[in-house]
Design a protein around this ligand. Sequence first.
Ligand code: PLP
Length: 398
Amino acid sequence: MQKKIYFDHAATTPVDRRVLEKMLPYFTENFGNPNSQHAFGRETVAAVDAARDEIASLIGAKPSEIYFTSGGTEADNWALRGAAQALAHKGKHLIVSAVEHPAMIATAKDLAKKGFEVTFAEVDEYGKADLAKLERAIRPDTTFIGVMTANNEVGTIQPVAEISAMARARGIVFFTDAVQAVGALKTDVKLPAVDMLSFSGHKFYGPKGIGVLYVRAGLRIDRLVTGGHQERGMRGGTTNVPAVVGIAEALRIATEELDRNAAYVASLRDRFISRVLREIPYVKLNGHPKDRLPANANFSFRYIEGESLLYSLDLAGVAVSSGSACSSGSLEPSHVLLAMGVPEGLAHGSIRFSFGKDNTPEEVDYAVDRLKEIVVKLRALSPLFPKELKNEVYPKED
Ligand code: PLP
């Protein structure tokens, strides 16, 4: 039987069975619209309220600070557009890190066409925001700083506490996209204090198409989705009750099991990273060596196209990603790697491996063994591979 190994948990995760069980009644028996004035509606209002309370208590927020959205993309769009527009009378300069997810980068570029000025804040070679440069980018008319908690491609964890303090000392709104961090790192909107924070259910074994935007009490941002009175008039649209119930349960489980799962997944990542670096030559680990998400390993394989590697691994039954899942399919090199100063050739040869709680050390070993064979094969075919180099890999040591 063909192996099917999933090492793409940063793209999405399967729904945890316990989460699914909790969601199921809300597709059938408890299908009421929470806006309805009858018993069916009241039942689902109670479920949505309970989910909101649960999420708030898990991240140190108040229920009134939690807004449900259609996912991370909408939450990011809303945070940036909503704050930029609401604060436009104060200033029109926005700062967004250069390694944000396209949900932020594309939104910032869009705003730049509509009269705002955007600075894409530089990062260092590991993808970390450069605090001195960030501080220099701040202007009297800066109203918003957005820096993600952890990067989706290379896994680098940002100095969010320092950036938040820098922004707040100057009365600038600080937003962090925690889509990759929630479920992997402890999340508390008070530690460090942030003004807004986003996350998405499908990254931590919850359903797709549901996200949360936390907005600190007292901060007014403009609405993005106009319509009915849902979400206290701030986001129209009939509430996706099963998904709301699901994201709350997924967050409860992820928080409860965080220490154990993060340690386990990090052990798989470390086994993978150390074998690849020892056994395959001409490989670069992208991202921070220590301050990285427990599940993330990102490598550039010199003299190889990432896409060819991805397809060969797929044929061997190993699912990985080249660059970000959202921009794969395009042959543009990753904007994250380019911002980190990785040369274009190397950026093209990059692959992200992201591990999950159901992966095993045997799967890691199988993947490394296949990877070694594939790398040798692709380098043998590559016109870029220098003739004077030996096309070889090294045996496993243990
Ligand atoms: N932000 C980050 C850092 C992500 O990794 C993703 C998804 O890959 C998103 C935002 C978008 O989230 P969603 O898929 O829920 O729209």
